[in-house]
Design a protein around this ligand. Structure first.
Ligand code: SAM
Length: 227
């Protein structure tokens, strides 16, 4: 690709047009009809241009409620999934949050927009490098880690909230350990086809309460305490 073409594509992606904002508004209305009620989550998703995180060929589809391929054979989650997981986290300003599976960093930016202190971990270096730059471009600070998030990130534990954005075969023990008492962990658990969303609240150093929710389909969580 020539330098001129590359810079033209980049400029087109980084524009947030009237049409984009309109499409984003319609997406937010769609999310409401699907049961997303947290106004703060909806406002953050209305503000952040999802097309910045999407490959140029999917640019015109960015505001469809669909997942799309990103680098390294991974996906940017469907907007409904991002809204659903974020709503379940019950974010409070200043929460220390661990995100496992940075991917495109779209979910990361939504969390940062809600005022969290973010630690985000990704195992694919191509995605890690891009995410790091994207977060800075939006003017946010987060700790981006390249590694296996199935083991959590001990150095900054304990966390108020943990979100896992890849499908786990079982609940990774390290994540429960690294959660504060009273903290919330949102994780999809299942086989490599379908996972059920789990919302877990740590009730003491050794106990937790778990609610099993809707079915989703995520890329696999790959690592020591995963696939
Ligand atoms: N939230 C992301 C977004 O908005 O783009 C979507 C993430 S994608 C569905 C799941 C990500 O989890 C992939 O980027 C994948 O490489 C990453 N992943 C899988 N196993 C992981 C692990 N053990 N540690 C860290 N990241 C992992």
């Amino acid at each position: 690709m020539s330098l001129r073409l590359a810079s033209l594509i980049c400029k087109t992606i980084m524009e947030d047009t009237f049409k984009d904002r309109g499409a984003r508004k319609r997406l937010i209305e769609e999310l409401k009809t699907k049961g997303i009620v947290d106004e703060r989550v909806l406002s953050a998703m209305l503000k952040i241009p999802r097309h910045y995180f999407i490959q140029p060929e999917f640019r015109t589809h960015a505001y469809q409620d669909k997942a799309f391929k990103i680098d390294a054979g991974q996906t940017i989650s469907q907007p409904y999934t991002v809204a659903y997981q974020t709503q379940l986290l019950q974010i409070e300003k200043g929460d220390k949050v661990l995100e496992v599976g940075t991917g495109s960093a779209y979910q990361s930016i939504i969390l940062l927009e809600l005022g969290v202190e973010l630690y985000t971990i990704e195992r694919q270096s191509a995605l890690f490098n891009k995410a790091h730059a994207r977060i800075a471009k939006f003017g946010y600070k987060a700790t981006c880690i390249l590694g296996d998030g199935s083991k959590g990130y001990e150095s900054a534990a304990p966390y108020d909230k943990i979100i896992v954005t890849a499908g786990a075969p079982v609940l990774p023990e390290a994540l429960i350990k690294q959660l504060k008492i009273g903290g919330i962990l949102i994780i999809p658990i299942g086989d490599n086809q379908t996972q059920k969303m789990h919302s877990i609240v740590k009730t003491s150093a050794t106990t937790f309460e778990e609610i099993t929710l809707e079915n989703f389909r995520f890329v696999p969580l790959i690592g020591e305490q995963a696939w």
